[in-house]
Write a protein that binds this ligand. Sequence first.
Ligand SMILES: Nc1ncnc2c1ncn2[C@@H]1O[C@H](COP(=O)(O)OP(=O)(O)OP(=O)(O)O)[C@@H](O)[C@H]1O
Ligand SMILES: [Mg+2]
Length: 219
Amino acid sequence: MDTWFITANDTGVGKTVLTVLLARLLDQQGIPFRAVKPFCSGGRADARALHRAQRRQVPLDTINPWHFRPALAPAVAASLRGQVITQAQVESFLHASHPETGFLLIEGAGGLLTPLGPDFTARELIRDARATPLVVCSNRLGVINQARLVWEALPPPNRRRARLILMDAPKPDSSTKTNLTALSSHIDPSRIHRLPWLFQGVWGPMDCKLMESLSQLLR
Ligand SMILES: Nc1ncnc2c1ncn2[C@@H]1O[C@H](COP(=O)(O)OP(=O)(O)OP(=O)(O)O)[C@@H](O)[C@H]1O
Ligand SMILES: [Mg+2]
């Protein structure tokens, strides 16, 4: 269970935040890891964040081999420039990225079913890499439906070990407090985690409570 795939119900919900936090935790614990973002669209900020989280010891292109200027689904952006990226190419990159010991963290692009190539999405990569899915969703009104849709779409063998991460917003809404309990009727509660909004940002101090929440996630 050493390959973790950080996916989501949507873009912009906290995948990079979670990946950076997990990388920082593993780094502090002296556990070997590699964090990659195979596809970036609309800039390489995510890859740069993962680069920083790896103390800039891994070349940026080794973290992120495929990048596109327009903020579009990777398969769409690639097709606009006449490029086809195959699932085999991505899998070979992921295989080569795996450290000999320790963890591989893979940040997806967009959500679970965002087209990455002509005939594959994160779902196929998760299945073939036998990865543990970490599904990030914003802890806001609507998340019960959105989280359940993603959960249902996971390949069943991977779903059995998946985690759901409810990412709090800076300001709670009417549903923030009840979402986790409501989702527990549908998803094993031991696999639902809630992370706070980090007012000091992802590079701010990690207190004991946050470290414990992150450690629990990887157990
Ligand atoms: N828990 C949090 N604490 C503080 N800021 C957060 C948190 N979750 C998300 N954000 C902020 O929300 C924005 C989107 O988060 P993030 O970049 O991690 O999303 P993403 O799912 O990786 O997006 P993309 O689909 O572009 O990769 C960022 O500005 C990020 O710093
Ligand atoms: Mg991101």
